[in-house]
Structure formats: structure tokens, C-alpha cells
Design a protein around this ligand. Structure first.
Ligand code: CAA
Length: 283
């Protein structure tokens, strides 16, 4: 199982970051999304990130051009027929993911590994939509992908040892640190992070302190790089709510109940940085 060609599905915040780090590591990348405008947006994010690296003298103009030259654009899923690895970073919706994996199972060669960047959905269930559950695995990158070192590698119930090893090694070639995790709701990262974010929202909801004060406590008191509510805005409040609901449903424990204020913000369309307003406002 040699990986040379990678398809990244979803050219959003996560997908474009994944495509960037794969291309920088020398892989031939197909960046796929439903519409050309989404792919264009992903490519311009990558171009902007690489230009910043050139300005800082970290890479040369040639390296930037070579990296961009390794990325092919796609709005046709049939291009998956030529790749060794698919990393899916589409919307967090089980129905969409299972449909996509079942299509990929038909399109890709038998040996192609199908990975998902899902932040909390069960790998085992996604794998069950294919006839190759042993080749399905979780590769959970952190945002912003070009900066964050961690990739949670999640084994589904049927994931083959060889597949795990290939993905662990491939992750290291991206200059990331793979950490092995089993398939439980929220894995490790979001099982711990999201209840903290939810608790910060409860703290605001109950009037314990202002949003600025809550963030200041977590930044200065715990040495977190961002305040917890700022981080929630940065991740996206719809994503935070979705993950809390996955934890709540998956464990059935009341401690994972999403804060009503989080629900209210999402209903209002205040989704955080991406919509211009969350706990804070953005230009
Ligand atoms: N894309 C690429 N590079 C970025 C970036 C982005 N979106 N945002 C920042 N950077 C780079 C900057 O260019 C800068 O690079 P250099 O050091 O090479 O100059 C570096 O990151 C630091 O940026 P800044 O100085 O502007 O700001 P900062 O020091 O506050 O760092 C941060 C920004 C890295 C985002 C930092 O605030 C941080 O670590 N925040 C917490 C991030 C976090 O917790 N991520 C996990 C989210 S949860 C998740 O992803 C999982 C999930 O399933 C929900």
C-alpha cells in the first residue's frame, strides 16, 4: 500500500488545510468539492497561506509554485478512481458521509484507503456503508491544519492493522504527530474539549461573568492560546452544537446536554467567525 495520490473531499477550512499539507509533503492532491466556486475558495486560501510562508522566507517562490502545481482541482467524484487515499472533509452529516463512502467504495480501486476527518461521528458506522470496512479509518486534523501538530488516528472496529500503520506513517510524512484513538463518540479531543466549551457557554448563560472575563480567565489562568468562547467562535458554533449532540446521544449522559444559549445562537445564525457573529463580532 503505497500512497502517492490523495483526494481531499471538501475544500473548506479543514479540507483546504489538509490539501495544503499533503501537497507540501510531496503528494499529488486532487481537491474536490461540489461546486467550482468552493474549490476556487480553497485554492485561494492555500495560495494565501503559502504566500505568507514565502514572505517570511520559510519557502521559496519555486517551492510555492511546485506545491500549487501538485494540486489538481475536481468537481467530479470519478477522479477518485485514480487515488491511493481519500481524505473526506465534507460536512458533518452522517447521511451525507455514508452516501459519499458508498459511492467512493464503487469508484476507487480495491486498495484505496478511505479516511474521514470527522470530528465525532462513528468511524465504524461510516465504514459499514462500504464493502471494505478494513480500509476505512479516521484522520482527525485540528484547525488551523497547517499549524496544529496533532492528527487523531481513529480505528474503526474493522480497521486493518496494515491500514492503521500506513496512515500513521503517512501522517508523520506530513510533519504531524499521529495519536492512536479508539472509536467512541468525540474520540479524545472533542470528548474533552467540547464539554469545556459547553461549560464556558453555561458560565456566560448563568451570568457568572462576561464573555471577556471568561476568556481572560482561560487565557491568563490556564495559558490557553485563545479564550474558550473565542475558540468556540473560531471552530463554529454549529459544529460545537453538532458535536455536543453527538456526545449527548452517544453516551446518553446529561452532562453532555448542549447549553440552551448555544442552541439559541445557532438558531439565530450566529455561527461564529465564519458568519461574522458569534459570541463576538467579526468583520
Ligand atoms: N491558517 C494557517 N496558518 C495560520 C492560521 C490559519 N488559519 N492562523 C494562524 N496561522 C499561523 C500564523 O500565520 C502564524 O504563523 P507563524 O508562526 O509562522 O508566523 C501562527 O499561526 C501564529 O499565528 P498568530 O501569531 O496570528 O496568532 P496566535 O499566536 O494566536 O496563533 C492559533 C493562532 C495557532 C490559531 C492559536 O491561537 C491557537 O493555537 N489557538 C487554538 C487552536 C485550537 O485549539 N485548535 C483546535 C480547535 S478544535 C479542532 O480543530 C477539532 C475539532 O474537531 C473541532
Amino acid at each position: 500500500m503505497n500512497i502517492n495520490k490523495v483526494m481531499v473531499i471538501g475544500a473548506g477550512q479543514m479540507g483546504s488545510g489538509i490539501a495544503q499539507v499533503c501537497a507540501m509533503a510531496g503528494y499529488h492532491v486532487t481537491l474536490h468539492d461540489l461546486k467550482q466556486e468552493f474549490v476556487d475558495r480553497g485554492i485561494s486560501t492555500i495560495t494565501r497561506n503559502l504566500s505568507r510562508q514565502v514572505e517570511k522566507g520559510r519557502i521559496s517562490e519555486e517551492e510555492m509554485a511546485t506545491t500549487l502545481g501538485r494540486i489538481t482541482q475536481s468537481i467530479d467524484l470519478q477522479h477518485a478512481s485514480e487515488v491511493d487515499l481519500v481524505i473526506e472533509a465534507a460536512i458533518e452529516n452522517m447521511e451525507i458521509k455514508t452516501k459519499l463512502f458508498s459511492q467512493l467504495d464503487e469508484i476507487t480501486p480495491q486498495n484505496t484507503i478511505l479516511a474521514t476527518n470527522t470530528s465525532s461521528l462513528p468511524i465504524t458506522e461510516i465504514a459499514a456503508a462500504t464493502k471494505r470496512p478494513e480500509k476505512v479509518i479516521g484522520m482527525h486534523f485540528m484547525n488551523p491544519v497547517p499549524v496544529m501538530k496533532l492528527v487523531e488516528i481513529i480505528r474503526g472496529l474493522a480497521t486493518a492493522e496494515e491500514v492503521y500503520k500506513v496512515i500513521e506513517d503517512m501522517t508523520k510524512t506530513l510533519k504531524k504527530v499521529p495519536v492512536e484513538v479508539n472509536d467512541f463518540p468525540g474520540f479524545v479531543s472533542n470528548r474533552i474539549l467540547m464539554p469545556m466549551i459547553n461549560e464556558a457557554i453555561y458560565t456566560l448563560y448563568e451570568g457568572v461573568a462576561t464573555k471577556e472575563a471568561i476568556d481572560e480567565v482561560m487565557k491568563l489562568g490556564m495559558n490557553h492560546p485563545m479564550g474558550t468562547l473565542t475558540l468556540a467562535d473560531f471552530i463554529g458554533l454549529d459544529t460545537c452544537l453538532y458535536i455536543m449532540e453527538t456526545l449527548h446521544e452517544g453516551f446518553g449522559d446529561d452532562k453532555y446536554r448542549p447549553c440552551p444559549l448555544l442552541r439559541k445562537y445557532v438558531k439565530a445564525g450566529w455561527l461564529g467567525k465564519k458568519s461574522g457573529r458569534g459570541f463576538y463580532t467579526y468583520e
